[in-house]
Ligand binder design. Structure first.
Ligand code: SF4
Length: 445
């Protein structure tokens, strides 16, 4: 039964984790093929808001052609005597959270549901008006304004350091999709979705302490290089019911921050060059290792800690702690041109021209040539490896112990005979595994 009697569509938390497959889709609103789309919350004076007003500018869902994608802007304007601008990010992040509660759509009803949920869950909102904009020209006109607001909000959190604060913030909004995921939001590690800064976390936890965003006493610093804090480990373990008991905030290896599913970008390790590629959600091509964002995202998502696959936000790329334990920007070898442009002011000058985009390298061989030509910092690692004696490690299993896999991995690529074979959720059983370092002639050219 619906949560609200007067609304003839189902509304409830049970619909929150529901996914609609492409073949069941009616229309796509602001999907990957649409450049301009936004959700924006603005705090306004009380006398500028007409409480409960819902406006639709452009075609409503019932007037859209089945199977097509449409631009969408959602503007939520709120007012309240104790509301301030710092809460805009918090309100904004709840828009699509609440929309996930709704089964069946029409903008009028979505508007009514948003109105009721915002007013019942955040009682500091006294008045609210909502606009859905699907008219392409209007979305295009308002989009730069939304980007400007996002940038101003992100910029506020820059400069503050993790060591300067006693509390970080956690967010569990994505647990409906990834039950073992908790975002840990520190001043220098922005949330994966790019929607919640440390300031937003603080504001959200203070107005709704029992809500999905909560304070984490960061506690003792266990490992400054990796970004490990006793308080973070303790809270993450509790909130994931023991699935994740250790998180290193500044690395993509060993105990990386988990990745839910709505990260803005993925960092993926490229073993052939010992560097990281980065790719954002709206990049439509295939990355330098031949995989598209969606495939890399599958290998990353689900609340797991996957070695070398790391969901992150664009704003985290602007942090001085960005993959710091792995070498930061000195370890990044490839990223889409659009992302490079967005974060260029935060990439060290010495390395910016040494990082390839899709225009410089389209596969691993051309990437290797590019990095070598530019003398990217990772090239020094290739040379170091070339002079090292091959190492060998042997893992032996007792012959009778075939209950325990010697290798297990969510994604295990194997290259053989000119083919790349990718094993998903692999478990390999063997009596003996011999791991040797090899001298890769191509790498050392
Ligand atoms: S990505 Fe993280 S911060 Fe963003 S909504 Fe999900 S859990 Fe919250």
């Amino acid at each position: 039964m619906s949560m609200f009697k007067e609304i003839p569509v189902e509304v409830g938390v049970i619909y929150e984790g529901e996914r609609i497959r492409r073949k069941n889709m009616q229309v796509e609103l602001g999907g990957p093929s649409i450049k301009e789309k936004f959700e924006l919350a603005k705090v306004k004076p009380l006398n500028e808001i007409e409480d409960g007003k819902i406006t639709i500018i452009g075609p409503d869902i019932k007037d859209m052609e089945e199977g097509k994608a449409y631009p969408l802007g959602i503007l939520v304007e709120v007012a309240g005597s104790t509301l301030d601008q710092q809460l805009e990010g918090v309100i904004e992040r709840r828009i699509h959270g609440y929309m996930n509660y709704i089964e069946g759509y029409s903008f009028q009803y979505i508007g009514k549901v948003l109105y009721k949920l915002f007013k019942s869950e955040l009682n500091i909102i006294e008045k609210i008006q909502i606009a859905f904009i699907t008219d392409p020209a209007k979305v295009k006109e308002l989009h730069p304004k939304a980007l400007q607001d996002y940038e101003a909000r992100d910029a506020r959190a820059r400069g503050l350091k993790d060591e300067d604060v006693e509390e970080f913030y956690g967010c569990m909004l994505c647990q409906s999709f990834a039950p073992s995921h908790v975002c840990v939001i520190s001043p220098q590690r922005y949330s994966n979705c790019g929607a919640i800064s440390w300031f937003d976390g603080r504001a959200s936890a203070s107005i709704d302490p029992k809500g999905p965003v909560f304070a984490i006493k960061r506690g003792e610093l266990i490992n400054a290089e990796k970004g490990e804090y006793a308080g973070v480990n303790e809270v993450v373990k509790k909130k994931t019911l023991g699935d994740v008991d250790k998180v290193w905030l500044y690395t993509a290896f060993d105990y990386p921050h988990t990745s839910c599913g709505c990260f803005e970008a993925v960092a993926f390790y490229i073993p052939e060059v010992d560097g990281f590629g980065l790719v954002n959600r709206s990049f439509k091509g295939t990355t330098v290792n031949g995989l598209a964002f969606s495939t890399l995202a599958d290998s990353t998502a689900g609340g797991r800690q996957v070695d070398g696959f790391h969901g992150l936000s664009i704003e985290y790329m602007r942090s001085t702690k960005f993959l710091d334990a792995d070498g930061g920007w000195n370890r990044v070898v490839w990223l889409p041109k659009e992302v490079k442009e967005r974060v260029k002011d935060f990439i060290p000058k010495e390395v910016i021209d040494k990082i390839a985009t899709e225009e410089d390298a389209q596969d691993i061989d051309s990437l290797r040539v590019f990095l070598k030509e530019k003398n990217h910092p990772v090239v020094a690692n290739w040379e170091k490896e070339a002079t090292e004696e091959p190492k060998e490690a042997i893992i032996e299993s007792p012959a009778e112990d075939f209950a325990t896999p010697v290798v297990s991995a969510s994604t295990l690529p194997i290259t053989a005979g000119g083919f790349r074979i990718i094993l998903k959720d692999a478990k390999i059983y063997a009596n003996k595994v011999i791991i040797k370092t090899i001298k890769d002639e191509k790498t050392k050219k």
